[in-house]
Design a protein around this ligand. Structure first.
Ligand SMILES: [Zn+2]
Length: 330
């Protein structure tokens, strides 16, 4: 992502086996004969494993261990496989959007992939797309020493943090979203650059190839792992999706998280959410751009925390499992 003003790169299911069914019939018979009484609440309820900030932080570190996830590198290939493998465990279906890009810097063509994972998409009455970019910046443009500026960043916060929260959310929300359907979109090519014309490539591709049925609204996670986390209301988001922004921040306040999600308007950030908004899907960007290690070699896991990931995860977990889902009024 880029900030407009200041920067050159602006830029359970319950497996009911026949044997279990027969068991239930036998019990029902006993109950019917008055030989046994069971309260209704004994219907088996799937165990809920709440969102774990620690587990998300493990996902963050794992991605960094692959090395920078720059298109054309081994780290990029490993990152994609990892996301795809995790998504296959927890989603109903996983789709790959493959595309290519000829990079101005090397003149070579690079393979890129958006990984889309779906839960309860077809049956849902409210469909939500959650996004995070999984690629990382090839150049540490903000390094003070010129000789370091051509090195790739680790992307612990700028890349891995959003993916980590989405993967942990997918795990915890499996089978729990009621009438809500979720598309987890792990988008590629957000941070290639060097300038704005070669950023947001995956989100642009996605906005031209939206899932069907279309999502009603979207939430983008970017740079949400900062140990010192504060996420104001990003200005473009507030312009394109004011009702969603207001409702989500009131929800955060109801969870006593107003210090992390303060009711203030933050700077406008050029990011993946703009592509979706232009395609007609109101989408907000949850981003803490006040991060001194942005596009430097210091964007490493120690600058992030399980606690911060946990707060964002809890916000979305409770938002997406509300008894009455929030919907956009048209
Ligand atoms: Zn970046």
């Amino acid at each position: 992502m880029g900030q407009e003003q200041n920067h050159q790169d602006a830029a359970a299911n319950l497996g009911r086996s026949p044997a279990r069914k027969a068991g239930y019939r036998f019990l029902a018979t006993l109950v019917g004969l008055g030989l046994l009484s069971v309260p209704h609440s004994q219907d088996p309820i799937p165990a809920v494993t709440p969102f774990s900030g620690e587990a998300a932080y493990t996902y963050l570190k794992k991605q960094c261990e692959f090395g920078p996830r720059v298109p054309g590198t081994v780290g990029h290939a490993k990152g994609k496989t990892f996301i795809q493998d995790e998504a296959t465990k927890y989603a109903d279906k996983v789709e790959l959007q493959n595309f290519t890009h000829r990079w101005s810097k090397t003149r070579d063509v690079y393979d890129m992939t958006n990984v889309l994972a779906f839960q309860n998409w077809e049956k849902a009455t409210t469909r939500v797309i959650l996004l995070a970019h999984w690629d990382t910046r090839p150049s540490a443009d903000m390094e003070p020493r010129p000789e370091n500026r051509q090195k790739p960043i680790a992307g612990a916060n700028d890349g891995a943090s959003g993916v980590a929260v989405l993967l942990e959310l997918m795990k915890t929300l499996k089978g729990r979203t009621g009438s809500v359907g979720i598309c987890y979109a792990f988008v590629d090519g957000e941070d290639l650059g060097p300038d704005i014309s070669e950023m947001f490539l995956g989100a642009e591709y996605l906005s031209r190839h939206l899932p069907t049925p279309k999502p009603q609204y979207g939430i983008l996670l970017d740079m949400i792992g900062d140990a010192d986390l504060s996420i104001p209301k990003e200005e473009y988001s507030n312009y394109y999706a004011p009702e969603l922004m207001k409702a989500l921040y009131l929800h955060a306040a109801s969870l006593d998280m107003r210090s992390t999600f303060p009711n203030v308007i933050g700077s406008p950030i050029l990011d993946d959410h703009l592509s979706l908004n232009r395609a007609g899907i109101p989408t907000i960007d949850l981003i803490d751009f006040d991060y001194p290690y942005w596009h430097t070699l210091q964007d490493t896991p120690d600058k992030c925390s399980a606690e911060s990931l946990g707060k964002v995860g809890k916000l979305l977990e409770t938002w997406l499992t509300k008894p009455t889902p929030w919907t956009l009024k048209r």
